[in-house]
Write a new protein. Sequence first.
Length: 401
Amino acid sequence: MSRADSPLDGRLVFLVGARRSGTNWLDRILAVHPEVLDVPSETHLFSHGIAPLEERFHEGAASSTKTGRVYFPREEFLDAARDLCDSVFLGLLRSLSPDARLIVERTPLHANHLALIGALYPDAAVLHIVRDGRDVARSLRSQPWGPDTIVDAAREWRETVEAARAAAPALERYREVRYEDLLADPAGQAAALYEWLGLPVDDQVLKEVLDEAGISYNADPTSPATGSGKWRSGLSADDVAAVEAEAGMLLAELGYEPEEAEPTGAWRRWRWPRRRPAPLPPVHNDTLEHRVDTLDKLLTCLHTRRFEALDDLLAPEARIRVVTADGEVTGTGAAAREALVRAARDTPAQVQVRSDVHPGNPSTAVLAYEPGDGSRHERVVVAAIRAERVTGLAYYSLGAT
């Protein structure tokens, strides 16, 4: 089944958010609508299934010896993965509610995999529920399965929200929902969401929304009532300071205010956040396995035209030589990199039909592609690699044969 002709086009809604942000509550509210099929469990289909499977493949060269990964073009992987996921969701549709117009899938952890979900289901809607990180951290720490410390809880909230928001610009249909807004006006918020999803709304549906919103389910046993601002009584001053230090910038960005009207002391740093410390530099290796990995990443950038990733692979002083039927460019810096990008971009859409890789130092790859029009394009790439960066590169593209 092709991604272009799936019977699930436009019918999937992915509900995500940091754990303890109200995903379950919003899920139950959406499921009130008679035209919604609610997937009855957190599937973890992408977080624990498709995402780890995706990591087993690369697009560098078919003859790559990279351990634990094998060559498989991404578009073919996406087609195969969508066929699998379609089978899962269509099976649920047939078994549970054949006449439903929309399927709502709720897995909080999928907030970290929205780019993959968007690639598989560009037609899907994504709802991201956001809650005050102080309330989330307090609730997370109270769970027997939750993080051990308030700092770990705050970090989990921050990283999850940041991951979802980073993926949002590439998604066709993305909407954020505030837990606090839903709490203040469940019927009004639900009506707006139904309208966004293309579902009709009437008074009976909204009455059922209010009834469902008032039911306490999956609540925090230490504070079971549905509400906001529980952190004020549930967190100590030291806890609040720890959450602020870990996630204060995101809290401020989202507009969550401190308890006092005019913040002082530590809260001023929250309003005027300090720059986070730079991460420690990565540890580089020069083993054969790391050279193979770097070469595969380079070939993937050139093959898939994801040229922005070249900045992370080419050393600043990398010397580049590009040889094409039109001539030769040799040098360093922006001009040489632009010549490399032009040469790689000029090759038509490709299917790899030959792959000879010799991962020494320098590493060499001889590749042949057939774009489907009867022509054949051969490329030779010679890369000097040190500390997981390409320090020298020769790229030969002599036209079609």
